[in-house]
Every structure is written in structure tokens, then in C-alpha cells.
Design a protein around this ligand. Sequence first.
Ligand code: GLY
Length: 327
Amino acid sequence: MAQDVAIIGAGIIGLSIARRAAREGLSVVVYDRGGAGAGASNVAAGMLAPVTEAEFGNPELLELGLAAAERWPAFAAELGVPLHTAGTLIAARDRDEAEALEREHAFRDRLGLRVERLRPSAARRLEPALAPTIRLALHIPDDHSVDPRAVLAALAADVEVVQRDVASLDDVEAETVVVAAGAWSGTLADVPVRPVKGQILRLRDPTIGSHPPLLDRVLRFEGGYLVPRGDGRYVLGATVEERGFDTTVTAGGVYELLRDATELVPGISELVLEEVAAGLRPGTPGNVPIIRRDGRAVIATGHFRNGILLAPLTAERVVSELIGAPA
Ligand code: GLY
């Protein structure tokens, strides 16, 4: 007998929807051509950062992000995955970046978001590994992070994932089909989603244990970010490239990330480089996700840079649609 719901895409969005739908008593199957967490979610750094990611002229993204961030403590606890709650610093390296950061500060301040302007000495008291040459920093105490791979593992343990390449919704028997195929969603539904490539590095401190971690907080900068896991592992990302479905890792991408990050935190040059990878963010024209019903399909895609953050909120909205409850 066909399931109530088939979900196409076993990334964090599809798996979060599957888990929540199953909890509501629906029978669910998830299809993914690469298996659970084989796409962008596996490459993602896991920043839960609505304040940092706030964009001028995009109040919808901020509202969604803040609502999603509120749901994360309970979601993480349910999955048994720790949240890294040390907050975020944004650092400027030169005068132009410092001026841009002043504007970012004023913008967030006007919106009533918690953000503190720090002189270099104050920033270095929080994060002593920062280079003395930084010009300015913002401290965003409420933007945190999580390890997406731990989240994917916890979600996949509860859900039936079938490795299958679904080419058309007509090939799926279930009563309702959820399209949560990230950057590939446009091949299954009429949605303006495009792949936006991000290259990322995974680094590890081999001497952790004999000293505190190099960084406690997430560090953002023009062109990238460094996300500490708290145990000597770091994710350094990410490029933002419009190159179609290309997922090659390039010397130039890796060089730029390391160049910028070592300028801000020289100590990272001592870390072990464990992995380089590229993922495809599902971009939309307005940088906000598309969550809507379309006949027998429910679309849940286009989460662009915020798929990890928006997963619990998306699951809530999609499952409300599936069971006919008000979101
Ligand atoms: N969420 C950060 C990125 O997409 O690179």
C-alpha cells in the first residue's frame, strides 16, 4: 500500500518534515538518489544565525529566521544533539570593512536586534586568537550553531530513507509528495530555484585537550566564516558561486578561504585540513524559501543559506499543510 506522504530529498529539510509527519501519525517514505544527507546539508556549517544573515530590505527572511531560531533549543534537545551557544563575532579587517560593519550595526540596532559594537581590544578579550590587526567587531550573542552531520544522523535514525532517483512526481505513488530536493527542486516542480555553489573546508586541532579551543564563537568576515564545534574541529566556509551544478573544489576557492581566515586568526594555519567539499545551496530570487501546496505536491525548498536554521520551522509549516491544521 502506498504511503500517505513521499518526500523527495533526504537533506535536513526532507528528514525534519518526515520525522514530524510520522509523529503526527502519517506513513512516510523519503527518497533520495544519494541516500540520507548526501547533498548540501552534509556540507553545511550549521550556523543558526538570523541576526548575522539579516539582509537590508528582506524583513521576511529575518522574521522566518528569528522564528526558526526560537525552535532550535527544543528541536536539538528532541534529537539529542548539542547546540553550540557561544554566539557570533563579525570582524572587519580594514577601513572599508569597518565602515560596512558600522552600517550593519546601525541596521540591526534599528531593528532592535541584540548586537554589540566592539573595539579590537574588546573583541580580542573575547577571542584571544584574533589578529591584533582587526579594525572593528560586532558581537551577536544570540546567533549560535549546530553540527549538521549530527542532526542528520539523529534524523535519519528515525526515518525510512530509500535510495532512489525520482525523475518525476508521476513516478511516486503516495497520496501527497513533498518536494524537498534543494537545488534540484526545479527539475521536479515549477519553482525558481537555482544552485549556488559553496566550497568549504573542515579543519581539526590535533593538540586539543592540552589547551582551550582556538575560537569559541562563530567568526564571520567579508567572504566567509569559521565555525568552531567546541572540540577542536572547525568548518571554514564558504564561497558563493553561480556555476550551475558544478561541485568541484578549486585551488582558488580553497586559497581565498584560507587566506582570509588566516589573516583574521593566524593560528588556523596550524590546524589539520581534514576535508574539502562543495555543496549547492538552493537559491531563490528573493533569498527566501518556497513553502506552498501545488496540487498533490507540497513544495519545501529554496532555503538558500539558511537550510539548517529553517528546518524545524519548515517542518512545522509543511506538516500543518499535510494534516490540514493552521500553521
Ligand atoms: N549558511 C552559510 C552558507 O550558505 O554559506
